[in-house]
Design a protein around this ligand. Structure first.
Ligand code: PLP
Length: 421
């Protein structure tokens, strides 16, 4: 039914045998996180009267207010702001940075360049009115070491300066080849930063990391603010749009002032009947994240068996849902992405092409056939068309469909390679 070769089906069987213990570990984390989510639902008396939502100003939206509290608990934080009014993760992270910083201060990125779409927000590239730069906020970044791990000593030297107002730590690898950061390593970085500068606000870009481990990188021993997108992990494939910020209550309020306006903050913002989707998405999220982790581990194993280098390795501990596969050249990237596209439930008949995406400095090819446009908790594969020609795969609402997509992609890749001889 699917274009999957006998060779790839045989590899898949062996890959799954090898993965049984890895899958067990993923299930254990999903169960713990489900307990965390359900305990928060109970504590805050989630009820179906909260699902209808509001229109207009959105005053006294009990669903919205309760969802904020539930999210705060799940993220281990004092407060949270969960809104369909955040257009994406970049918007939430941008609001957090504006909450953290004042004119005259400096933002420091702790692990090299931040995610591409933040360049315009910070003022690294583009020259947009309203960027941090136009508000007189400086920027510097500390490169990671040659092996991709954080250079904490160099970071501490930079952060010790009283001009530094905020540090941005990106948990996930994004479109870079460095490894993602564990919650433990982020928390120990936070402790060391606070030893040299007690006033600095630590913002964690938590995109793709939510619910992968049993704890999150916020709270009293973690980042002051953590942020992400609802069309990734914490929306469980059900939230139709939105983003969240969780953390210290005073800073979350400032971020709300940035999302709307000072003085109004999070008190307004109608939910237009979407509350149920956000609650149900969060309820599903631990399980859905587990499905995508299994898809990623399967992809790592089967591509490795076929001779490609993948990171993380199939049996490595994961801190986000991203799987990198080094494909080496543009033809392989296209073949793999075409296979992922063909294995999608939606738009399986289209051919993905590299194109200049807003916010990215080179052409990007994106394979995705998702129920929610651009959702990357649904199976998707992107690759910036630049060295080292690595593809980044993430998502999979069900392991079964994720596995099919990966098998279709590998079949197409191996066919292309043998056609090229
Ligand atoms: C997805 C992502 C973002 C935000 O991207 P949006 O497309 O704006 O949601 C930021 N940082 C990382 C690491 C991401 O993966």
């Amino acid at each position: 039914m699917f274009n999957i070769s006998q060779n790839v089906r045989a590899l898949a069987k062996d890959a799954e045998c090898a993965l049984s213990q890895v899958f067990k570990e993923i299930d254990i984390t999903a169960e713990r996180n489900t307990e965390t989510v359900m305990a928060a639902f109970r504590r805050h008396h989630v009820s179906d009267t909260m699902f209808a939502g509001t229109t207009g100003y959105g005053y006294d939206d009990r669903g919205r207010e309760t969802l904020d509290k539930v999210f705060a608990d799940v993220m281990g934080c004092e407060a949270a702001l969960v809104r369909i009014g955040f257009v994406n993760g970049t918007h939430a992270i941008g609001a957090a940075l504006f909450a953290a910083l004042k004119p005259g201060q400096v933002l420091v990125s702790a692990v090299g360049a931040p995610y591409d779409t933040l360049s315009g927000v910070i003022g690294i590239s583009g020259d947009y009115h309203g960027s941090l730069k136009t508000y007189g906020i400086g920027y510097s970044q500390v490169e990671v070491r040659a092996d991709g791990t954080p250079n904490v000593e160099a970071l501490l030297q930079v952060v010790a300066s009283p001009d530094v107002g905020a540090v941005l730590i990106q948990r996930s690898r994004g479109y870079s080849t460095r490894p993602s950061l564990s919650v433990q390593s982020i928390k120990s970085m936070c402790a060391r930063i606070r030893e040299v500068n007690r006033n600095v606000v630590i913002v964690v870009d938590n995109c793709y990391g939510e619910l992968v481990e049993a704890t999150e990188p916020g709270g009293s021993d973690g980042g002051d603010l953590i942020c992400g997108s609802l069309i990734k992990n914490p929306g469980g494939g059900i939230a139709p749009t939105g983003g969240y910020i969780a953390g210290r209550a005073d800073l979350v309020e400032r971020a709300a002032f940035r999302l709307t306006v000072p003085g109004i903050g999070g008190e307004c913002g109608s939910t237009l009947g979407q509350n149920r989707h956000l609650f149900q998405g969060l309820f599903m999220a631990p399980h859905i994240v587990a499905q995508s982790l299994k898809t990623a581990a399967f992809c790592a194993k089967i591509t490795e068996m076929a001779g490609f280098v993948s990171s993380p390795k199939w049996n490595e501990l994961r801190h986000d849902i991203i799987q990198m596969i080094e494909l080496g050249n543009p033809e392989n990237i296209k073949a793999f992405c075409e296979g992922i596209q063909a294995g999608a439930p939606v738009d399986s008949f289209v051919t993905p092409e590299p194109w200049p995406m807003p916010g990215y400095d080179c052409d990007v090819i994106m394979a995705a056939g998702a129920f929610i446009q651009g959702s990357s908790i649904e199976l998707s594969c992107d690759a910036p068309m630049r060295e080292p020609y690595a593809a980044y795969l993430q998502g999979g609402l069900t392991y079964e469909s994720g596995k099919l997509g990966v098998m279709a992609a590998l079949t197409n890749l191996l066919d292309t390679q043998s056609a090229e001889g």
